[in-house]
Design a protein around this ligand. Structure first.
Ligand SMILES: [Zn+2]
Length: 116
């Protein structure tokens, strides 16, 4: 079922990430675990072309999970970047940590998508 729903944006890109919002591959990919002291446990791609961040994995505490009421199948709104995601999966990884697996959502208010 997953394979049938592949849209072309979903293809695994390995080390070569591209921005989900503008398609540029020019940016910085931060893998979960390498982020260091600052932003800890999220996994994301920072686009140098449009300056937006494409999140792949978000780390949340139990408290944040309760406040945000995140669950698989819902839409996650990133207000900072004005982008939206589909929450594909919520995974508990520790006593007080949850991972949200996100998939970028196109929407009409993200009007800057480059179509080729
Ligand atoms: Zn971009």
């Amino acid at each position: 079922m997953d394979a049938a729903r592949t849209t072309g944006r979903d293809e695994p890109v390995g080390a070569d990430r591209a921005c989900a919002w503008c398609g540029s591959g020019d940016g910085r990919f931060v893998s979960r675990g390498f982020a260091g002291a600052t932003d800890a446990n999220d996994q994301f791609f920072e686009c140098a072309a449009c300056n937006r961040t494409t999140y792949e994995i978000l780390s949340r505490t139990g408290r944040e999970m309760r406040l945000g009421r995140y669950k698989a199948g819902d839409v996650y709104q990133d207000r900072t970047n004005r982008t939206r995601y589909h929450i594909g999966r919520v995974l508990r990884v520790g006593a007080n940590e949850f991972l949200l697996y996100l998939k970028p959502l196109d929407s009409s208010d993200q009007a800057t998508l480059a179509r080729h």
